[in-house]
Write a protein that binds this ligand. Structure first.
Ligand code: NAD
Length: 479
């Protein structure tokens, strides 16, 4: 199958072959050749020409907005096909894939509105001149994405980068190459000039490295693991180009004894086990106040045992497979390390027995007790359905334990005391804190990480500015 989109043509690549495997049944979806350095060079040249010749950056914001809205309509009209493509590639349950397709369309709509209504600034003059701040695109940007949510992650990069007047070279994850290709074709059909959105699948070593090192690329927008982010940041530092990095997490979910415990159970369970734990904001460390520790943890373990694993397409499935068989092995090795370090597995800790699921990369929702915060599964991102539970006493003890992590992506907080919620929310080192809720996400609010969870903020109006650089104009008024 041809898997690259260069200019306005779907074409074969000349790089390493990628095989897409459906993690629900182990069958091959397709094979494509990824992009090599020569493919990337061709696409980058076309992207530079498109920025220069298509007049994209010179189009009035409302004209760019009209096109982004048409792309949103096309994504919405093809939502079912997009949802099913993501489902066969990464195994997410169909209901979530459908919601993410709708969210991708909404993201294009949001940035159409933002593009049309964002105003430039007039800083107060300190002399006899009139000052203006205008925002210019970088030119060609590269967007590199992970496999857990290509539908939303790619829209979150493409829509604001185009709205800001750039051309985008998209490199999807090697195991989810198909979604971006469909979106890019829909964008062309909606009237996007060729060259402004091109898709270059491939592995990180060959395609990713060549892209971030290409001279034409002026900015990198990356979502993925912290180790990869560090390697990309090193390239960006040498090349002196900006890199926005959305990285890993080990997010805490905190339950105080005075919380609405039924709501907290639902929030904790959804917070870790939705998407089979493969979410950057998964609440993978549960801190429970000591007074309610045993009873609450028992309820959590029972709720985890009650979740139904199933094929992604079946309507009752609450837990789909992991996105790949390699990812399941990784999860299994983490659970083995927890057992070796003295952890007690209260739920899961194994593959499901259901015969219908044997061919897929399934793993049961797992709850582990009895470890200290220093244990491997309490420190490292697993990216799977594994929840480590830990007790805390007072606020100081809690904040010290929570902030010990090198990550700082998100946090959940369950309490009836709003003053305490305010104090704790401000003290936690995380880019998002949810109070009496979890995993509420809005395209209108900035999103990103503290510490090793990232640099920069996507989404919201700052998510558009991410793809622009400020320019100051001084209009002399003397004489
Ligand atoms: P990954 O870092 O292995 O890969 C991400 C992307 O980077 C892929 O497209 C890959 O091909 C590419 N890549 C790998 N090496 C590269 C290199 N040297 N140069 C350029 N590109 C390279 O991540 P993954 O396993 O696909 O995804 C899981 C990770 O993503 C988790 O750590 C998760 O927390 C993180 N993530 C973060 C967010 C967020 O918003 N903070 C969202 C989703 C996922």
């Amino acid at each position: 199958m041809d898997g690259l989109l260069i200019g306005d043509k779907v074409t074969g690549g000349s790089g390493a072959v990628l095989r897409s495997i459906n993690p629900a049944d182990g069958l091959t979806n397709y094979e494509i050749a990824g992009a090599n350095a020569a493919d990337i060079d061709r696409a980058a040249t076309l992207a530079q020409q498109a920025v220069r010749d298509a007049g994209w950056r010179k189009q009035k914001p409302h004209e760019r907005a009209r096109l982004l809205s048409r792309i949103a309509d096309a994504i919405a009209a093809n939502g079912e096909a997009l949802a099913r493509q993501q489902m066969i590639e990464n195994g997410k349950v169909l209901a979530e894939c459908r919601a993410q397709a709708a969210s991708a369309a909404a993201t294009f709509r949001y940035y159409a509105a933002a593009c049309e209504t964002m105003e430039a600034e007039t800083p107060p003059a300190r002399g006899n001149y009139f000052g203006q701040t205008v925002y210019e695109p970088y030119g060609v940007i590269v967007a590199i994405t992970p496999w857990n949510s290509p539908l939303t992650m790619e829209a979150q990069k493409i829509a604001p980068a185009l709205a800001a007047g750039n051309a985008v070279l998209l490199k999807p994850s090697e195991i989810t190459s198909g979604v971006g290709l469909i979106v890019a074709r829909l964008a062309l059909e909606a009237g996007l000039p060729p060259g402004l959105l091109q898709v270059l699948p491939g592995n990180g070593r060959e395609t990713g490295t060549a892209l971030v090192n290409h001279d034409a690329v002026r900015m990198i927008s990356f979502t993925g693991g912290t180790g990869t982010g560090r390697a990309i940041a090193a390239v960006a530092a040498l090349r002196l180009i900006p890199a926005a990095l959305e990285l890993g997490g080990k997010s805490p979910n905190i339950v105080f004894a005075d919380a609405d415990l039924d709501a907290a159970i639902e929030g904790v369970i959804g917070g870790i086990f939705e998407a089979t734990g493969q979410s950057c904001v998964a609440g993978s460390r549960l801190f429970v106040q000591r007074a309610i520790y045993s009873s609450f943890v028992e309820r959590i373990a029972a709720a985890a045992r009650g979740l139904r694993p199933g094929l992604p397409e079946s309507s009752g499935a609450q837990i789909g497979p992991l996105a790949s068989f390699a990812q399941r092995e990784r999860v299994e090795s983490f659970v083995a390390s927890a057992r070796e370090e003295g952890g007690q597995v209260l739920a899961g800790g194994q593959r499901p027995a259901d015969q219908a699921l044997q061919a897929g990369a399934f793993y049961l929702p797992t709850v582990i007790d009895g470890l200290s915060g220093a244990a491997t599964v309490c420190r490292e991102e697993i990216f799977g359905p594994v929840l480590a539970v830990l007790p805390f006493d007072g606020e100081d003890d809690l904040i010290a334990q929570v902030n010990e992590s090198v990550y700082g992506l998100a946090c959940g907080l369950w309490t009836a005391d709003y003053k305490r919620a305010w104090r704790v929310a401000r003290a936690i080192e995380a880019g998002t804190v949810w109070i009496n809720t979890y995993k509420q996400l809005s395209i209108a609010a900035p999103f990103g990480g503290f510490k090793q969870s990232g640099i920069g903020r996507e989404k919201g109006l700052s998510g558009l500015r991410l793809y622009q650089q400020a320019k100051s104009l001084y209009w002399g008024l003397d004489g």
